[in-house]
Design a protein around this ligand. Structure first.
Ligand SMILES: NC(=O)c1ccc[n+]([C@@H]2O[C@H](COP(=O)([O-])OP(=O)(O)OC[C@H]3O[C@@H](n4cnc5c(N)ncnc54)[C@H](OP(=O)(O)O)[C@@H]3O)[C@@H](O)[C@H]2O)c1
Length: 252
């Protein structure tokens, strides 16, 4: 498992580095950017379940197998945050999606499965087996407390923004409208902003290379996609608010 962790860490970092230029020019084929020419497609809802599920399941397996059961309170708290996020994303979020009959490219789903088969397990292993600092004194360390607060803020922003997007459609609808409310006042993709904040907070609270690599990858993946969303809105809606940035309020 040590080798899987070490190679996996490099895989996440290199994947993130390669992702930035790639996604700046080519939007990943799912959601509004779904299009022909990327091979077979599949139900978007099923795609979400099978691409995200390896993360909580892989995390749980490695947690159980490599010492997680003996972790202290700080380790268990991080395990809980991971599982709350990913159990929701894998098994609840897909059933709340609106957008009748939406499809995703199988290629996108396969790449996400591979990513999650690495990311979940190496993060579990890092916390359960490698992080000797995650003992009781860590509970009062400013990095742990600040990280948890940042994670909570990001989680709230992500969920609020996803709820605003979900409620733009009535059941059975699949079109697009201009979202308003919450952080949409400042950015096009506050759900992505929340996700980036969330995993940055997790990385600060965990202080493991695996968590830092995942926070980096999340930003590398979602900042270019938010730019694609932003340009898409500007093309489709002549009255789209030009004061909005793509993803980071006031900055980007
Ligand atoms: N950690 C990571 O690297 C990572 C990667 C990807 C996603 N995520 C998270 O997963 C969640 C979903 O991601 P996503 O890429 O699908 O987000 P998204 O493009 O913002 O779409 C979210 C949902 O809202 C719908 N929607 C978006 N804009 C809309 C509009 N203007 N009018 C009506 N409906 C609209 C989408 O429908 P359509 O699908 O029909 O467009 C989709 O069902 C987010 O919380 C994101 O942060 C995380």
């Amino acid at each position: 498992m040590q080798a899987y962790h070490d190679y996996g860490l490099w895989f996440i970092i290199i994947f993130g580095v390669v992702t930035i230029p790639f996604l700046l020019f080519i939007a990943a084929p799912y959601g509004r950017h779904m299009r022909q020419g990327w091979g077979p497609d599949m139900s978007a809802r099923l795609g979400w379940i099978i691409m995200e599920a390896p993360s909580p399941l892989g995390f749980a397996y490695v947690w159980y197998t490599y010492g997680g059961l003996d972790a202290g309170v700080a380790g268990w708290a991080l395990c809980l945050l991971w599982q709350v996020h990913y159990i929701y994303r894998s098994f609840i979020y897909p059933f709340r999606l609106r957008g009748a009959g939406k499809r995703s490219a199988v290629l996108t789903v396969v790449m996400a499965i591979i990513f999650n088969l690495v990311n979940g397990p190496i993060n579990a292993y890092a916390i359960a087996s490698l992080a000797s600092h995650l003992t009781d004194p860590w509970l009062t360390d400013p990095r742990f407390i600040l990280g948890l607060v940042i994670f909570g803020v990001g989680f709230a922003i992500n969920h609020q923004s996803d709820a605003i997007l979900r409620n733009l459609r009535k059941p059975g609808e699949s079109g697009y409208k201009i979202p308003h409310g919450g952080l949409f006042k400042w950015v096009t993709s506050p759900n992505y902003f929340g996700e980036i904040v969330e995993w940055t907070g997790f990385a600060i609270a965990a202080c493991t290379p695996a968590a830092a690599a995942f926070a980096f990858f999340t930003a590398a993946n979602l900042i270019p996609r938010a730019r694609s969303h932003h340009h898409w809105y500007l093309d489709k809606f002549p009255d789209y608010p030009t004061s909005r940035r793509s993803v980071i309020p006031g900055i980007l």
